[in-house]
Design a protein around this ligand. Structure first.
Ligand code: HSE
Length: 410
């Protein structure tokens, strides 16, 4: 018999409780052991819930119970989650978390603590909701030298962009619907401004390249400024604007993690990922590329990943699979965003082909809109400074650079 505790009974925590109860027999069969839900920690009272008798408001009874071997952390945020998780690990209990903010900020410390105390710290649910990506990177693909990871890692923004495009829903209504469905973070600005996707690419980068990448090192831009006009025009040109979280290893050996809206070529499978679905494309020297796809947010998809970690922990019988990365106390291995270079989708206020070619070099001047504006895709890659200089050169000719998105090729 293994006893477990659930920290936080919000969307994900209640999903863990309910999915466990629904599939208890299956879960126990696959774990090879009987499992008992011992405690649910939450500051709120839930007198009407069937498990009200398991509710505790403090971590102490969980820490003090030697029968609790596994803890599911679904509280969100760095504190008090960090303190509780560290205490659980130090008390010899393995932890499975869905909390990407915690892993991105403190993963190195918690992995080290888990190793010291001979327990596991698992976080499959922290990236991509239901999608298995942490374990594949760490295990199935471990023979690869990774060169890049690119993904749609935030279900809320992908859902919002889709509703705006396909159902003409305005931004606030789409966000409210995402919140109602339990996709959005407690503070949805974390979704909209790209911070949630940033935390997730930090975790994938740390895992793939072996050194802790902190959110502060990632150039992060959300979808607030994405104009429907560009989404539509991009679509007509065969591109989809998506919030892309990406890390690439450059020729100088450094890595460059970014989160920003990009114009994704239609040949790239990521352009086909819609609604709350997430996808992660991994490139490695052995596999060329592999794509992972599934529901990226929501109660049961995320709970499925937390329970999967808990089952693995029980199956492993608390042995250590050495999933870890280093804290190198330096960001020397991370390239500055000024080095980021890509072809660009550009919208300008006028369609003077000669001027546009003079400024951008070879380009595909795909279309002139009925307002006289031009949309184009450059043939050559440009960095941010080059785009800025191009904007200045256009301004001298009386043309405005109205929008620009880096292109993600297939
Ligand atoms: N708010 C997140 C999302 C939840 O929309 O993807 C899953 O991490």
């Amino acid at each position: 018999m293994e006893k477990f505790a659930v920290l936080g009974c919000g969307v994900v925590g209640s999903g863990v409780v309910e999915l466990f109860e629904k599939n208890k027999a299956l879960i126990e069969k696959r774990s090879g052991k009987e499992l008992e839900m011992g405690y649910i920690l939450d500051l709120r009272d839930f007198p009407d819930r069937p498990y009200a008798n398991l509710l505790v408001k403090k971590i102490d009874p969980i820490l003090a119970d030697p029968d609790v071997t596994v803890v599911a952390e679904c509280m969100g945020g760095v504190e008090p989650a960090f303190t509780f998780v560290k205490q659980c690990l130090e008390a010899g209990k393995s932890v499975a978390t869905s909390n990407k903010e915690l892993v991105a900020a403190k993963g190195d410390i918690l992995l080290k603590t888990a190793k010291e105390y001979n327990v596991n710290f698992f976080f499959e649910a922290s990236v991509g909701g239901a999608i298995p990506i942490i374990r594949p990177l760490h295990k199935c693909l471990a023979a690869n030298d990774f060169s890049a990871i690119a993904g749609i890692l935030n279900g809320t923004t992908n859902f919002i962009l889709n509703k705006m495009i396909k159902e003409n829903m305005d931004f606030s209504a789409a966000l409210a619907l995402a919140q109602e469905k339990g996709y959005a973070e407690k503070d949805p600005t974390a979704d909209v401004d790209g911070h949630d996707a940033c935390r997730k690419i930090c975790i994938l980068s740390s895992l793939a390249f072996g050194k802790h990448v902190y959110p502060e090192s990632v150039h992060t831009k959300g979808i607030r400024e994405v104009a429907l006009k560009d989404v539509e025009l991009c679509g007509k040109l065969g591109y989809s604007i998506k919030l892309i979280a990406r890390v690439q290893r450059l020729e100088n050996g450094k890595i460059l993690p970014t989160v920003m809206p990009m114009a994704v070529e239609e040949d790239n499978l990521l352009s086909q990922v819609n609604g709350v679905y997430n996808a992660v494309m991994v490139r490695g020297d052995g596999i060329s590329k592999a794509m992972f796809y599934g529901r990226g947010a929501g109660k049961f998809p995320t709970a499925s990943a937390v329970l999967g970690d808990m089952i693995e922990e029980v199956q492993l019988d608390h042995t250590i699979p050495s999933q870890t990365w280093e804290n190198v106390n330096s960001t020397d291995f991370i390239e500055d965003f000024s080095a980021f270079s890509a072809k660009r989708y550009i919208r300008t206020s006028a369609a003077d082909a000669a001027v546009l070619r003079e400024v951008f070099g070879d380009l595909t001047l795909e279309q002139t809109t009925d307002t006289g504006e031009a949309v184009l895709v450059t043939e050559t890659s440009m960095n941010a400074a080059q785009v800025e200089r191009a904007g200045e050169a256009l301004a001298q000719k009386g043309i405005k650079l109205l929008a620009e998105y880096p292109v993600l090729v297939s």
